[in-house]
Design a protein around this ligand. Structure first.
Ligand code: UDP
Ligand code: MG
Length: 423
C-alpha cells in the first residue's frame, strides 16, 4: 500500500521556471501522487505551458481568475492552497512554488519517514540558488535542517515540508481554515501555517537536500524587503510587466514610454514592486502626450519651465511653485534636473502655490520628492509635513541617500512631523 500524496503547486507568471516545477513532479521515483496546479490568473503564456501537461490524469489545473485589483486582498498563495487542500484526497500534503523543483527522490523519502507512527510533519535541506538577473551571476547555499523543531517559523521553506492530512484537519478544527490568508502574511504565510502545525506536532528533520529554490529579482521576499506599507507620492514603480507607473495622489498612473522620455524621468529611480502591491493602487489617468494639452492631467513632482521666460516651477499637489532664484533651485538639488518646457497658456491654467525660497532656518515650505537629512535621520516631505524614513526604506525607494538635502535641527521644529515611513 502506498499512500497518495497531494502536491499543491501555486503559480503566477514565472514563464522560465513553471515547466521545471511541473516536470520535477513527473520525474518522481514515487508515483502515487496527485498534482494540483493552482494558477493565480497568470498572463497568457503560462496557461499554454501548463496545458501541455494536462494529459497526465494525475494532474489537475485550476485558475483563480482573480482580478488584478483584488490581488492584494489576501495572501494569494495561501488562498489557493486552502482551495486545493479541500479538493485534494491525499493522505499526505506537500507544497511547491513555481520557482522551485523537487529532486526525484523527494516524495519517496518523505513518505518513508511519515509512515513512522510518531511523525506527522517532515522537512528537509534545501539547495538555494540566487541568480542576479543583470549580471547572470549565480550563488548557492544549503538551507539546512535544524533538528526536531517545536518552532519552525522562519526556519523552514514553503517547499521543504510534507505533513499528514490528519494534522491539517486538526488545524482546521481549531482555526476554521488551513493556511491563514490574511494579507499581512504575504511575506511569511508559510511561517504562519508552520506555527499552526507545531501547536500539534513538531517538524522532523530529514538531513538530505530534497528540493532546489531559485531566487531571482522577481522573488517576492526580495521585492517586499524594506517595502513601506504605503508608497509616497512621486515614487516611480514597476511590477512584473514592463509598464512604469508613478504614484500620484495615491493612484498609480502609467507613464507611456514616450512620456517617460519627454518628462525626463530616470530609469534608475524606478522601484520594482510585487504585482499585488502595485495593483492595490487604483489606476489613474495615463501619462502620455495628452498631458501637454490638458493641464489637469499634468503629473505632480516635476520641474517645469515656461516656453516664454526662464521661470522655473515645481508641480506639487496640483499647484505650481515658483523657485525664487537659482540658489533655491540648488538648495533643494533641482539644479541638475532638466526642466520640462510647457506652453505658458497651459502653465497659466495651473494655480499658484507657495514660492520655493532659499533653504534657511526660517523656511516654511519644503518641496516634496526630495530626500532630507537632519543629523542622523532621513525625512521626506508630504503636504509640508516631515516624515522620518528609515535609511533602508529610502534605499529601497531608490532615494539619493548619499546626497540628501541637509536641514538644520531648528528647521525641524517649525514643521509638523507625520507618521514615520517604516516597513
Ligand atoms: N503567487 C500567487 N499570486 C500572486 C503572486 C504570487 O499565487 O499574485 C504565488 C506564486 O506563484 C508563488 C508564491 O505565491 O507560488 C510565492 O511567490 P514568489 O515565488 O514570488 O515568492 P518568493 O519565492 O519570493 O517567496
Ligand atoms: Mg518563490
Amino acid at each position: 500500500m502506498t499512500p497518495l500524496v497531494s502536491v499543491i503547486l501555486t503559480s503566477y507568471n514565472k514563464p522560465l521556471t513553471i515547466a521545471n516545477a511541473i516536470e520535477s513532479v513527473l520525474n518522481q521515483t514515487y508515483s502515487n501522487w496527485e498534482l494540483f496546479i493552482m494558477d493565480d490568473n497568470s498572463s497568457g503564456g503560462i496557461v499554454d505551458i501548463i496545458k501541455k501537461y494536462l494529459t497526465d490524469s494525475r494532474i489537475s489545473y485550476f485558475n483563480s481568475r482573480v482580478l488584478d485589483s483584488e490581488r492584494y486582498k489576501t495572501t494569494r498563495y495561501a488562498t489557493l492552497i486552502n482551495e486545493a487542500i479541500s479538493k485534494s484526497r491525499g493522505e499526505y500534503l506537500t507544497y511547491l512554488t513555481d520557482d522551485n523543483i523537487f529532486l526525484p527522490n523527494r516524495l519517496e523519502t518523505m513518505v518513508y519517514y511519515l509512515q513512522h507512527p510518531n511523525i506527522d510533519i517532515v522537512y528537509s535541506n534545501q539547495l538555494v540558488k540566487w541568480v542576479d538577473e543583470r549580471t547572470g551571476r549565480q550563488r548557492e547555499g544549503v538551507r539546512r535542517t535544524q533538528g526536531n523543531l517545536k518552532n519552525a517559523a522562519g526556519k523552514v521553506d514553503h517547499c521543504s515540508v510534507m505533513h499528514t492530512r490528519l494534522i491539517a484537519e486538526e488545524v482546521f478544527k481549531k482555526y476554521g481554515s488551513y493556511w491563514d490568508d490574511h494579507p499581512d502574511n504575504w511575506n511569511f504565510g508559510d511561517a504562519v501555517f508552520w506555527n499552526r502545525l507545531t501547536e500539534f506536532k513538531s517538524f522532523y528533520p530529514i538531513r538530505k537536500v530534497l528540493d532546489i529554490a531559485w531566487k531571482g529579482d522577481d522573488s517576492f521576499q526580495k521585492l517586499y524587503t524594506y517595502m513601506p506599507k504605503t508608497l509616497p507620492d512621486g515614487t516611480l514603480v514597476r511590477g512584473l510587466s514592463s509598464d512604469v507607473y508613478i504614484i500620484d495622489n495615491q493612484q498609480r498612473r502609467r507613464i507611456s514610454p514616450q512620456a517617460f522620455q519627454q518628462l525626463h524621468y530616470q530609469s534608475y529611480r524606478v522601484v520594482r514592486i510585487p504585482d499585488p502591491f502595485l495593483f492595490k493602487y487604483k489606476e489613474g489617468d495615463v501619462i502620455d502626450s495628452q498631458i501637454f494639452k490638458d493641464s489637469k492631467l499634468f503629473p505632480n513632482h516635476k520641474l517645469i519651465q515656461s516656453n516664454e521666460n526662464s521661470s522655473l516651477y515645481y508641480i506639487q499637489n496640483n499647484k505650481k511653485h515658483l523657485f525664487r532664484n537659482e540658489k533655491a533651485l540648488q538648495d533643494f538639488h533641482f539644479h541638475q534636473q532638466t526642466p520640462v518646457i510647457l506652453a505658458s497658456s497651459l502653465l497659466n491654467q495651473i494655480s499658484d502655490g507657495a514660492t520655493i525660497e532659499e533653504l534657511k532656518a526660517t523656511t516654511t515650505f519644503l518641496p516634496e520628492g526630495v530626500l532630507y537629512k537632519c543629523e542622523n535621520s532621513f525625512y521626506i516631505c508630504l503636504n509640508n509635513c516631515l516624515h522620518a524614513i528609515e535609511e533602508v526604506v529610502a534605499k529601497k525607494l531608490n532615494q539619493p541617500v548619499t546626497d540628501p538635502v541637509i536641514i538644520h535641527p531648528q528647521l525641524l521644529l517649525h514643521f509638523k512631523q507625520g507618521e514615520p515611513i517604516g516597513w
